[in-house]
Design a protein around this ligand. Structure first.
Ligand code: N01
Length: 542
């Protein structure tokens, strides 16, 4: 826990117009936009380098599961034309190279300060400024703060007794070493089978002498069907990039597909199976979700696709008992984020790879030698934790953010995040969030969602400055309405029925609130635009 920041000196003049916290996709684009407005802007980044998620998640196999050509900035046609993606799904190193290219091309680095973690921010109600404090001892006074801290940046430390006693090497997928980790001849354990675990497992298995996966909940994973992009494909895409980008911006989730029109239950089994085969073969994360209208709202409809995936697992994994262990049965398909994999299930056919079903033999403790489950001790040399994140709110409540009346964001969000449009939380004026809680964020292509937020925030700040307005705040009424609306929409789906990180259920003590907006990016964009109409009259301005 950081020490609480000191109250600001009375109404000190701002040294900066904007501080942006984080130098990932969000922070880089926000810097580009605010600088174009002529604002004195600085990005403060905790890590040694830029890249955010794509800097930290360097584990073997880390790869985006949205197609590279769609998971990239749309704001610069020149950038679209000059950058070449090598594969359908970009690896982490390629995404990081892309972000470095963006930083260089738009000359962003000069306003980014690395190795500087924002520890707190206190609002000065008299001066309408924020006093931002850092772990380097710096204090910066700024009019606006943009939290570009990402959805998945607060790593969830393994809540397992004895975690610190392990005498071998402990790694976390979200904090993998920069240098190569040689696992040749080593006995490796992986704890966790979410998207990170299932991407890492096939590659770790290529090196390890023995790989043991400790699985608490199996996932539904679809084959990525990744492949190199040919020169002809790239040329064809570049020719139609302008239309593609425009369509992305109008889309429901930032990727393009024909929305389904029928229920899974109104077609016969043969037709359903054919649709699911097509979705499975598409190599697209939402390939199965988009088949029928009711996959995420009707349990019986959902079960048809869930059983389809289980049948695929049985067809790939040769040992029937292992196939059953890997088959999700406790939650509907899609209510925890599905994964795209490359060879995940087939990895279990290798003789040196095994899975421990923690629902039958739970982990009791980590020991100096390895992992003790209820039936035995598994001696290993390396433990790779793939145990996930305190998603969406974790990075924000980790900072001591003190708003009006001395209220902290942590206190205000004790029962779950509260804000208007996911953008501003009442009592914390001039403090914007990019793809944070109660916005489409993790349910959409993150880059498209980021661009929508950054552009809205930029337009808002431009309006305030043009009109001599020094403070914008969410009203408690608008905030209450938005929180209720987000919860109402989520309640119409199967999502809240499941313990997932979407619900905050993976972090002990975190309130159970559905953390994202399920109405889709298109509808959300319209809500944000409506709130900006008439000079942002949905907000309190002064
Ligand atoms: O984390 P997760 P992640 N003992 O929370 C298990 C994005 N992402 O890093 O489900 C034993 O999904 C936990 O088990 P359970 C994407 O949005 C994207 O994999 O709680 N097990 C689960 O199996 C994704 O959804 C990409 O029962 C424990 C796993 O650890 C999000 O990030 C790639 C445990 C955590 O899974 C998070 O994914 C990677 C314990 N004490 C990530 N604690 C791409 O774009 C936790 N677990 C491809």
């Amino acid at each position: 826990m950081h020490t609480a920041p000191r109250p600001p000196s009375p109404s000190a003049a701002p040294q900066l117009d904007a501080v942006i916290v984080g130098a990932g996709f969000s922070g880089l684009y926000q810097l580009y936009r605010l600088r174009a407005l002529g604002l004195r802007t600085r990005v403060l980044e905790a890590c040694d380098n830029i890249g955010g998620t794509w800097y930290r998640n360097r584990y073997p196999g880390a790869r985006c599961d949205v197609e590279s050509t769609a998971y990239s900035f749309s704001f610069s046609p020149e950038l679209d034309q000059e950058w070449e993606w090598s594969e359908r799904y970009a690896t982490q190193p390629e995404l990081l190279r892309y972000l470095h290219h963006v930083a260089d091309r738009f000359d962003l680095r000069k306003d980014i300060t690395l190795r500087t973690r924002v520890t707190g921010a206190v609002y000065d109600e008299g001066g309408h400024t924020w006093q931002v404090t850092t772990d380097t001892g710096e204090t910066v006074i700024t009019r606006f703060v943009v939290l570009a801290t990402g959805c998945m940046s607060a790593v969830k430390e393994p809540d397992i007794p004895g975690a610190g006693t392990f005498a071998g090497r402990a790694l976390h997928t979200a904090d993998w070493p920069h240098e190569d980790v040689d696992l040749t001849g080593r006995r490796v354990a992986v704890i966790g089978t979410g998207c990170s675990g299932i991407q890492a497992i096939p590659l770790l298995a290529e090196q390890a002498a023995e790989l043991t996966v400790f699985q608490r909940t199996p996932v539904y994973a679809l084959p990525a069907r990744n492949r190199p992009l040919s020169a002809a494909e790239t040329a064809e895409l570049k020719a139609r990039y302008p239309e593609f980008r425009a369509a992305q911006r109008r889309s429901k989730g930032g990727t393009l597909f024909e929305p389904p029109t029928r229920s899974a239950l109104e077609v016969d089994e043969a037709e359903r199976r054919a649709a699911y085969e097509e979705g499975w073969d598409s190599g697209v994360l939402s390939g199965l979700l988009r088949t029928y209208t009711d996959i995420l709202v009707d349990r019986a409809a959902n079960e048809t696709v869930a059983e389809f995936v289980r049948s695929k697992i049985r067809s790939i994994v040769t040992d029937p008992e292992t196939a059953e262990t890997l088959s999700p049965r406790t939650f509907p398909f899609g209510t925890k984020r599905p994964c795209l994999d490359t060879g995940y299930y087939a990895t279990y056919n290798k003789p040196h790879v095994s899975v421990v079903d923690l629902t039958k033999t739970p982990i009791v403790e980590i020991t100096p030698r390895g992992i003790r489950t209820s039936d035995r001790e598994h001696a290993v040399d390396v433990i790779a934790f793939a145990t996930g994140f305190d998603a969406l709110t974790g990075s924000q409540v980790a900072m001591d953010i003190v708003g009006k009346g001395g209220t902290t964001l942590r206190e205000k969000w004790a029962d779950g995040p509260r804000n208007h449009l996911g953008l501003l939380s009442a009592g914390f004026p001039n403090l914007f969030t990019v793809i944070g809680p109660l916005s489409p964020s993790v349910l959409s292509n993150a880059v498209v969602a980021i661009e929508q937020h950054v552009e809205w925030i930029t337009d808002c700040i431009a309006h305030l400055r043009r009109n001599g307005i020094t403070e914008i705040d969410a009203t408690p009424r608008a905030e209450a309405d938005w929180c209720a609306h987000v919860a109402d929409l989520a309640a119409q789906t199967l999502y809240p029925s499941v313990d997932s990180w979407y619900m905050g259920a993976n972090v002990p003590g975190k309130p159970r609130v559905f953390l994202a907006y399920t109405g889709g990016l298109e509808r959300y964009r319209a809500e944000c635009d409506a709130a900006a109409e008439g000079g942002y009259r949905a907000f309190a301005l002064s």
